[in-house]
Design a protein around this ligand. Structure first.
Ligand code: ZN
Ligand code: ZN
Length: 139
């Protein structure tokens, strides 16, 4: 237990900070409509840890229960942080993008493709810019 890695994370505004102990059990990019609406993003990367692996270090997340699943988020800035599915008690799902080093947790699969935006497949072909994209011509 003492050799368990510890990963830190938090919300956009910094009101909420947490740590998770142990190795990731699974990683997945979820395309479901619920994740999409809860996050405002077309897909959400999740990293699965053991139950009770997570400890809140600062602040108190708000909870929303929808479809019998619980989503924890920052009540100040709205960042989605944690997902708990009571039908999957063996996992605590942490929003990968809320971790301080999300690059360490690449998704191992993509789930809920049934809900996926049809344009997700075409992202590879889009023009790319290192920072902001050029503004549209308004003339
Ligand atoms: Zn916040
Ligand atoms: Zn989802």
């Amino acid at each position: 237990m003492s050799n368990d890695p510890i990963h830190h994370g938090g919300c956009l505004c910094g009101a909420i900070r947490y740590e998770v102990h142990g190795h990731a059990l699974q990683t997945s990019l979820c395309h479901c409509e619920d994740c999409r609406r809860a996050s405002g993003a077309p897909a959400v990367a999740w990293t699965f840890f053991r139950p009770n692996a997570l400890r809140w270090l600062q602040g108190h997340p708000r909870e929303v229960c929808f479809a019998e699943r619980i989503r924890l988020f920052c009540g100040d800035c709205g960042s989605p942080l944690v997902f708990i599915d009571p039908s999957l008690p063996e996992f605590t799902e942490v929003n990968t993008s809320s971790l301080d080093y999300p690059e360490e947790f690449p998704p191992g699969d993509q789930c809920w493709m049934a809900d996926a935006m049809p344009w997700m497949d075409r992202l590879e072909k889009l023009p790319r810019f290192e920072h902001t994209s050029p503004l549209p011509d308004t003339e």
